[in-house]
Design a protein around this ligand. Structure first.
Ligand SMILES: [Zn+2]
Length: 532
């Protein structure tokens, strides 16, 4: 099967001058001028792209695909949040159309948008629409949820509240829990939800893959091992079945979250390692989480938060524990990617990587920091010395431009680096951390280029000297993403011999006002030559 795509504006990284490319058996066979393509491939079927823009398929270098799928299988209450009664009838509709579900889960309600009664729903509201099965619905922020009586019974908190560290079971005036759960109290219920079986995991992954395809995404680097209670073996098995059945619509690199030595050793003893798999499903780095997040002031800083002088955030591991995990994976030949948002966490990761490289030098290990939001120039230089990679999420700027100065004070003057990392020689790649943000690459590219919020009233750009050029922003979601997973020789560029993964945009972003890049329609997402 040979197809000649012509009359296109093809982004080839060097210049976007090519007008035509040929796909043969799932691989790019030719890029250049149409008459040369016709001579070399006279048999090819011709497709006229009518001047549309074509770039390599987008690669989201850090996200949570299974978590996206989990959320997509739940009741979507956001669109019904114009009133409490509408939200409850949407939930009732979901209950009626999902008789096979053991648990009824929903998310994204927001009482601020209710026009009838501006209050949290209660267990009594939920009992009216879901009397027979346990039900839990999360507020849009994820920090508040409401459970019905069946769910409260399962945790033994239906008649009286108990104290919860870092959380609260809300009660009515008689002392009876009213269903509202705050922060850590939510996990009393979520820990009761059974692990999904393999069929459910596959269904969730299929939904999530179709979802990201709409944004032009053909490759994801995803952290799925701790999303549900299913062990990592089940997650790997689900992907391998989908791959064998030919149902993958995204190429997947698994960022293997193995949070303790016991699990890491079990993984290694089974013969798994970075690079295991093929171009459809591959095991990537060991993924660790070193600190929390900036918005909740749990990111680990070296000095207290500007607006909370009593806290520096939290460290998930002691330095010794992090050092041991990193060294174990490094000596086994694994790549390592560690979530570090605060500069304190970055220091710990740099220490662990430097120590591992000193004990056991390895070239081209491509260890990385995921997020790297509060990162000094001195730390960036250490990353360069250690040949490290930065997994960035430019779409975070959409919200975080509002909180960086309040939380960080003057440290915000060198946070969220991007252009300076590239100039220094630190490799970078773009991602969304979805479902934290939508897997919306064009919005991410716009944020990277403008350093401004897309959805909120515009203020001055945040540190415009860190803005990427449009070319570098596109590369960060294509070729540089492929580099992060050691796949730069098989994908991420439109060039002969590369996998024919590409995205067709209605309009050339190089000829678009940067403030509206996010509105460019994605016309086609093509994986290995097949439209998905
Ligand atoms: Zn993440």
């Amino acid at each position: 099967m040979t197809t000649c795509y012509e009359n296109a504006r093809v982004f080839t990284a060097d210049a976007h001058s090519a007008e035509c490319f040929v796909v043969k058996d799932g691989v790019f066979a030719f890029v250049g001028k149409a008459d040369a393509a016709h001579r070399a491939y006279p048999e090819a079927e011709r497709i006229d792209l009518r001047g549309q823009f074509v770039c390599p398929g987008f690669n989201d270098s850090h996200m949570h695909l299974l978590n996206i799928g989990c959320m997509l299988t739940q009741a979507q209450l956001g669109p019904a949040s114009d009133s409490l009664s509408h939200m409850l009838s949407a939930l009732a509709e979901y209950v009626n159309t999902h008789p096979q579900e053991e648990w009824i889960l929903g998310h994204c309600w927001n009482q601020d948008d209710f026009t009838d009664e501006k209050r949290y729903p209660t267990r009594d509201d939920l009992d009216r629409v879901c009397p027979d099965k346990p039900c839990l619905i999360s507020r849009v922020c994820g920090h508040v949820a409401v459970a019905n009586s069946r769910a409260l019974e399962r945790c033994g908190i239906d008649t009286h509240a108990i104290p919860v560290d870092g959380g609260r079971i809300v009660t009515d005036e008689t002392g009876r829990p009213n269903g509202v759960l705050e922060e850590n109290a939510i996990s009393l219920v979520t820990t009761q939800i059974p692990a999904p079986d393999r069929r459910q995991i596959k269904d969730m992954l299929l939904l999530a893959m179709a979802h990201v395809n709409r944004y032009g995404v053909t490759s994801v680097q995803t952290d799925d091992f701790v999303t549900t209670k299913a062990p990592f073996e089940e997650v790997i098995a689900a992907y391998l079945e989908l791959r064998a059945e030919g149902r993958m619509t995204v190429r997947v690199t698994q960022q293997c979250q193995l949070p303790n030595l016991e699990t890491l050793r079990r993984f290694l003893s089974l013969g798994y390692n970075t690079g295991w798999g093929d171009e459809w499903f591959r095991l990537g780095p060991l993924k660790l989480i070193a600190d929390g997040s900036l918005g909740t002031r749990t990111a680990l800083l070296n000095a207290p938060y500007a607006d909370a002088p009593d806290t520096c955030g939290i460290a998930v591991y002691t330095q010794e524990a992090l050092d041991e995990l990193v060294l174990t994976a490094h000596q086994a030949g694994m790549q390592i990617a560690v979530h570090a948002i605060g500069d304190g966490a970055a220091d710990r990761v740099l220490h662990a990587i430097e120590r591992a490289q000193t004990i056991c030098p390895r070239s081209d290990a491509r260890h990385g920091i995921v997020h790297a939001q509060v990162l000094t120039q001195a730390q960036a230089e250490r990353m360069k010395q250690l040949n490290m990679h930065a997994y960035l999420q430019p779409i975070f700027l959409d919200y975080d431009t509002m909180i960086v100065y309040p939380h960080l004070g003057s440290r915000a003057d060198e946070a969220y680096p991007a252009a300076s990392l590239l100039r220094r020689g630190v490799t970078i790649s773009g991602g969304s951390d979805s479902p934290v943000e939508p897997p919306d690459v064009l919005t991410g590219i716009q944020c990277a280029v403008t350093r401004e919020s897309v959805t909120r009233p515009s203020r001055a750009p945040y540190l415009p000297r860190e803005a990427l050029s449009l070319r570098d922003a596109l590369l960060s979601y294509t070729a540089f993403g492929a580099y992060a997973s050691f796949e730069e020789n098989i994908k991420g560029r439109i060039a002969p011999g590369m996998l024919a993964d590409f995205t067709v945009l209605a309009i050339d972003p190089f000829e678009t006002d940067p403030s509206v890049i996010h509105r460019i329609p994605v016309r086609q997402t093509v994986l290995g030559g097949k439209a998905v």
